[in-house]
Design a protein around this ligand. Structure first.
Ligand code: ZN
Ligand code: ZN
Length: 374
């Protein structure tokens, strides 16, 4: 067998994802799906632009787009059928006409994504099309990452970790939270990222008691601790990390809280394997923090899936129904936030493997990082 033939199944991830989706056509009794969420269009085609719909049937996959993207689609989605709409016609009009022309009159739409107004437009255009709502069809596929996605998450992590090395090297006591947050954007881009995954959280001292502290003009000074929560987007995929720095002298309080949060994370990590309920992983961490007397200060879920979006399924929290499967990638980020004092969160990204888990992030967390050690 020629090499090309051997590697083909590994190369065409997008076709494979579309195939997984078309398997749902029959059970939903529809002729085609209309994919309107740009993130899901990217997942199914590799196209990085927006304002485009994907029509997907058993035998056809057609990207409906406009002339701005003709060349880009050729580069990003070689071999994909494309329908470029005339600039004086709306995407809804062109997509419904195409569905009608192809004889697709029972169409599944993304009810979690399409606005009520857009649906009204679609319904009014070709009355003989019956629209069938469906939630999370593509999102359910995105729950379990394929090898190409895991590789891209690893790439995003490499970028975020390079950026963090620059951040650490450049960190000065005179820097404000906002300076440091802005600097991280530059470091991530400099390290090859498209952008940070979200506005970097830099929280000094007692401001770290706010789990999602917006950066202020407060400077590092001689604060007891500094919390940094950051992530990078590679080409498409996100990552998410949190580390805490201590001043040269670590107070007994910080040592205690940090130790509890670290133990909680280790306990939760140890519970990760396929078949385990996400809520049970959350419970492991919550028990450690609760036993230490900080239960009321851990007010968020233990983690969230990462991928094309920074927050996606599965949710790793108390009320989650998710059951872990090999290929899921999510954060494990226990925390303890003590009003008036500060907070500690330690966040790593984890891949569920067939027999356990792999921590994808590598920035050291033991012992606690020190401000001024470079
Ligand atoms: Zn984070
Ligand atoms: Zn997170």
């Amino acid at each position: 067998m020629a090499l090309q033939e051997l590697i083909k199944p590994f190369m065409d991830y997008f076709a494979h994802r579309r195939e997984s989706l078309t398997r749902l056509l029959e059970s939903e009794a529809v002729d085609a799906f209309l994919i309107t969420n740009p993130i899901n269009v990217t997942y199914l085609t590799g196209f990085s632009g927006d304002s485009s719909y994907l029509i997907l049937s058993k035998t056809r996959a057609i990207l409906v787009s406009d002339a701005r993207y003709t060349e880009q689609i050729g580069e990003e989605c070689p071999g994909l059928e494309v329908h470029i709409r005339p600039h004086d016609q709306s995407i809804q009009k062109v997509a419904t006409d195409l569905l009608d022309k192809l004889g697709f009159h029972r169409v599944g739409f993304e009810s979690g994504q399409l606005s009520v107004a857009d649906l009204e437009t679609l319904v009014g255009l070709v009355p003989r099309i019956a629209w069938k709502p469906g939630r999370d069809r593509v999102e359910s596929l995105r729950l379990v990452k394929d090898a190409s996605e895991v590789a891209q998450i690893r790439e995003a992590i490499t970028i975020a970790e390079k950026a963090f090395a620059m951040f650490r090297a450049m960190l000065r006591p005179s820097d404000s939270e906002k300076d440091l947050s802005d600097d991280m954007e530059w470091y991530v881009r400099r390290a090859g990222g498209r952008s940070t995954s979200f506005r970097t959280i830099v929280a000094v001292g007692e401001r770290a008691a706010l789990p999602h502290a917006p950066p202020t003009s407060r400077s590092v000074g001689n604060a007891e601790l500094l919390l940094v929560d950051w992530g990078a987007v590679g080409r498409f995929y996100n990552c998410d990390l949190t580390r805490v720095f201590a001043d040269r002298r670590i107070s007994p309080k910080l040592e205690q809280v940090y130790g509890v949060v670290l133990r909680a994370q280790q306990k939760a990590l140890g519970a990760i394997r396929p078949g385990v309920k996400a809520r049970d992983v959350d419970a492991e961490a919550r028990a450690v923090i609760g036993e230490a007397g900080f239960g009321q200060f851990f007010g968020h879920g233990l983690g969230h899936g990462i991928g094309l979006q920074i927050h996606e399924a599965p949710a790793i929290r108390q009320n989650s129904d998710a059951v872990l499967q090999a290929g899921m990638v999510f954060t494990i980020e226990p925390g303890a936030y003590l009003p008036g004092w500060g907070g500690v969160r330690i966040e790593d990204d984890v891949l569920v493997t067939p027999d356990g888990f792999e921590i994808l992030t590598h920035v050291p967390k033991e012992p606690i990082l020190r401000i001024g050690e470079w």
